[in-house]
Design a protein around this ligand. Sequence first.
Ligand SMILES: Nc1ncnc2c1ncn2[C@@H]1O[C@H](COP(=O)(O)OP(=O)(O)O)[C@@H](O)[C@H]1O
Ligand SMILES: [Mg+2]
Length: 258
Amino acid sequence: MAKRIDVKDLNLYYGKFHAVDSVSLAVPPHSVTAFIGPSGCGKSTVLRSLNRMHEVIPGARAEGKVLLDGEDVYASSVDPVSVRRTIGMVFQRPNPFPTMSIRDNVVAGLKLAGERDKRKLDRVAEEALRGANLWAEVKDRLNRPGGGLSGGQQQRLCIARAIAVRPDVLLMDEPCSALDPISTLAIEDLIGELKKDYTIVIVTHNMQQAARVSDQTAFFNLAGVGQPGRLVEVDDTERIFSNPGQKATEDYISGRFG
Ligand SMILES: Nc1ncnc2c1ncn2[C@@H]1O[C@H](COP(=O)(O)OP(=O)(O)O)[C@@H](O)[C@H]1O
Ligand SMILES: [Mg+2]
């Protein structure tokens, strides 16, 4: 299997607390991988470690390897800022810059990197907004503030902002949990389209959503109170939801706990 991301023996800590134990998993290019599991089992922690956002938290550290196209993103020669450009992130609550215009929200990353060519910025903004399925709704109000959009539109604006810097991978941490059902479906459709161009890893507490949008599913669990979270199994989504290899997975997906 081709691997865009290859995680090997990854252990994650918050100070002395061992939050996640020895995760190994691979993510093929142009696919959607869903992380599921009960609250606190380390899904967000693993997700944030993939683009080195984990270590931004004081005291947090990672041990092990995360290979992106074969290169260890934790190698000492690697600049974490460039990792975060290649592996973008969309958060649970849409977080546009509320008073900044819709257009400037989308190109914020490029402007920060020094791009000043207005025509280029306009072109990138349009492309990214089209890519995020938002162009038709905002093309007549690009100079209005991002904070004036609905929640679902704001989340697509954040997706446009993430893809404007042309990442290879998009990480999404429960991107629909603050959205209504219609906006949720719009984001799910968009995820299906985005995987043509990007590799996507999504955390979701919604198992129907995992089943609908993902190609492979990773089930994380806690062995017990105070124990680190661990990856129970990762497999094709169809298999996880029809015939998982582990009893704990079956119990979780059939709603017996969590
Ligand atoms: N910033 C933090 N500082 C200390 N502990 C944290 C922090 N974030 C998460 N944790 C702990 O790490 C474990 C995994 O959390 P998290 O990755 O948020 O789980 P999930 O996303 O699966 O709900 C939990 O025990 C949580 O309390
Ligand atoms: Mg989480």
